[in-house]
Ligand binder design. Structure first.
Ligand code: GRF
Length: 196
């Protein structure tokens, strides 16, 4: 049975594009929705251009009412009956209510070698700490922010003259390899960890 994947974005959607492009041929899943909480997110048009249905649930309309926002999010997502939810640059912190509702079938990509540098500004923090390497992680989403079981990681050496932007660009290239590879395994119910 082909799995249905809903992808949640807030921005340009470069990871979303790689995920959609990867779900072809003998891939065990197909995209069923790209949803954004930002109405003018650049990724929405990219999804439409690839023929994937899109939707918007604007969190600002809920004026801080997280429960109301998440109820609307769930009803919009469930209208497309996804088996898997892939967070790809979705910049809203989700509550345990939403996370429990999709427990065991929601993934996220994070631009650091978790458990190091949960949260924001991961590249600046890795450079400031004098780390030799940075990278990205795909993990299952649990109520612990960026804390769920790690399903895959890719590493990138940090150069002496790296800035957060130059490092972010090289890490993003690895994200584009890692996330499709992990999604393929996840959609085949293969939870083995992948290190690229
Ligand atoms: C990625 O670096 C991802 O790891 C982070 O947000 C960024 C989204 O980029 N959570 P894009 O929208 O997929 O290009």
């Amino acid at each position: 049975m082909t799995k249905r994947v809903a992808i949640l974005i807030s921005g340009g959607g470069s990871n979303m594009v790689r995920l959609v492009e990867s779900m072809v041929g003998d891939h065990p899943a197909r995209p069923c929705l790209v949803l954004s909480n930002v109405p003018d997110a650049g990724g929405l048009q990219k999804a439409r251009d690839m023929g994937v249905p899109t939707a918007v649930v604007d969190h600002r309309a809920f004026k801080g009412d997280r429960e109301g926002f998440e109820k609307a999010l769930i009803s919009e997502i469930d209208a497309y009956q996804p088996d898997i939810i892939a967070l790809a640059g979705f910049m809203r912190i989700l509550t345990p209510v939403f996370i429990d509702y999709y427990a065991g079938r929601m993934l996220n990509i994070h631009p650091s070698l978790l458990p190091k540098y949960r949260g924001l500004d991961t590249h600046a923090r890795a450079i400031a700490a004098g780390d030799a390497e940075a990278g990205c992680s795909v993990h299952e989403v649990t109520a612990e922010l960026d804390g769920g079981p790690i399903l895959g990681q890719a590493r990138v050496a940090i150069d002496a003259d790296d800035t957060p932007d130059t490092l972010a660009a090289r890490v993003l290239e690895q994200e584009h390899r890692l996330y499709p590879a992990v999604l393929r395994r996840f959609a085949s119910d293969d939870r083995r960890r992948l290190d690229l």
